[in-house]
Design a protein around this ligand. Sequence first.
Ligand SMILES: *Cc1c(COP(=O)(O)O)cnc(C)c1O
Length: 339
Amino acid sequence: MIDLRSDTVTKPSKEMLEAMMSAQVGDDVFGEDATIIELQDYAANLFGKEAALFCPSGTMTNQIAIKAHTQPGDELLCDVNSHIYNYEGGGIAFNSGVQAKLIQGNEGKLTAQQIENNINGDYDWLTKTSLVSLENTVNRAGGTYYTCSEIEPITKLCKEKKLKLHLDGARIFNALEETKENPKSVGELFDSVSICLSKGLGAPVGSLLLGDKEYIKKSKRIRKAFGGGMRQAGFIAAAGLYALKNNITRLKEDHVKAKELEKVLKNLPYIESVLPVYTNIIIFNLKEGKFTGETFEKTLAQNNFKIAAFGKQTIRMVTHLDYDDTQHQQAIDILKKLA
Ligand SMILES: *Cc1c(COP(=O)(O)O)cnc(C)c1O
């Protein structure tokens, strides 16, 4: 079975399972889980942040981040494609009583100028702009990424305007693989950073929110109120530690395969267009007539190949560490056979 619906479909390897089985654990609500403490310290240190908080999902780390940076009635600024707006169940309004002002960026990326144009003035009839959230890589825009030099003017603007700056870095390591930048140079540009362990890094569960000590202390209280305080979760934290230590350097393989799929798709008669592939996400449009997103999904499923329809004529595929060379060749053969 080939499964390119998402990079979340991976299963723990034997080595990862062994690390999980031998984890030192304790009750983390009492702060007694040695493996969670180790994971939080490791991740904070990696990004040059003071502290980190282990959570069950990236949705939770993003939602806690928003809650901790804002007051009800505030407004945050983000790109129209943002995961925090599109795929978190309306959490911005539900959890924080905050509204989002959506900006149409370029391939999911915002500039300091666009952000500045959307900051409200200090009038009591205008919504208070208090937070900016960037996503790197941008999932819904096809895995595009920011370099640090593109973010620097945004950081400067946010400091000037006293806005907090959050990074949804669910796939930040995919971005860093391409920019060859250091996680610390990303960390210093943001007030808070969310990273996912269960995407390209292949852990079964888990995300981390990074920030300064005060902020993480506040976030920990919010995590508890959201029902995210966990007990002997060191078993899953061990998978996350294993992922951070072993599965970052191989991400390039996923990018190479994604590029190869892009090349194949571009030459197929039933494909209308393929968004430029930057990392491990491939988004393409089907020509009207032969397939709809739905029938394409069904046809591939009959060939033991799972993909996700992303819209009426739009398909998304994501490469990951359980998608090996043999599957890659099979996938290419199936795609060509349908022509
Ligand atoms: C997957 C993802 C998240 C978090 O999703 P969870 O499934 O809740 O872990 C956040 N942001 C982006 C861009 C993502 O792709």
